[in-house]
Design a protein around this ligand. Sequence first.
Ligand code: C2E
Ligand code: CA
Ligand code: CA
Ligand code: CA
Length: 284
Amino acid sequence: AKDLGRNSYQMYTPAMNARSFERLTMEASLRHAVTRGEFKLVYQVKVDMDTGRMSGVEALVRWNHPEMGLVSPAVFIPLAEDMGVISDIGEWVLREACKQCKHWHDLGLPPVRIAVNVSALQFRETKVPDVVARALRDTGLPPHFLELELTETVLMQRVDEVVVVLKELRAMGVRISIDDFGTGYSSLSYLKRMPIDALKVDRSFVNDIFDEEDKVTEEGAEIVSTIISLAHNLKLKAIAEGVETPAQAAFLQSKGCDEVQGFLISRPVSGEDLISLFDRDLLP
Ligand code: C2E
Ligand code: CA
Ligand code: CA
Ligand code: CA
């Protein structure tokens, strides 16, 4: 134990030591992870609730660290933002996702959209429309098959500038959805001004529709219904993420939710493994 002064007292634990060591190791290698080809993408299906068919897929990045193994994006994305390398990673993800989607089209599979996550910092740091235009041109993917998922944080800062950028993207044919909707703070008046296509109901809300005894909770159910109605009133699609049970899917369908995504339908899988999920009824 170390005494750090009158009011602060900190335990110097081996666990803490390991954590900061891990962070340093990660930082050193994260800088080179793109050029060393250590990232890969996995894909999670989105299902159209009317047809039961795949309507799109979300690309999710994975880092295969040579010693540490698979590192979660929840860990390394914030680190990459701190280190100033998020835009390089983001651009790689975008190109790889477009390439994969074009590949599925070329195989003659029913054409689906690909959704790519764009971090708030990446959105502010780079000219996203330029990066997107290059990725689309180089891969040959038609723009209307690309969807960008942005968080509320992005949209509610420097609103006027953001509106201009989003309009530019949509003029190209790219779709925009708001990720983790309801977890950030967004003002409804701003939301109305945003040129967007869909709201994604955050997993935490989907999880709260039912309690441990699988009974509908009044508040949880109300929040999800309200977000779906809000989306529809604004002429937006409603997409629910983190759907794990048939009861959740049935509830969402009864409320008119347009698309669902979650372990109930499929975990994120490789581009190869996704092929078996095309052209099939995916709802339970
Ligand atoms: P997100 O965009 O909200 O993605 C959904 C996360 O929930 C994914 O975790 C996914 O694997 C997980 N998930 C999907 N269905 C279920 C379910 O039914 N139950 C549960 N418990 N989880 C489910 P993942 O892949 O670990 O990604 C975590 C977060 O990291 C993402 O949250 C996103 O914010 C970020 N992320 C992932 N890939 C990228 C990327 O390429 N770029 C950026 N900027 N961020 C990314
Ligand atoms: Ca997402
Ligand atoms: Ca989420
Ligand atoms: Ca519908």
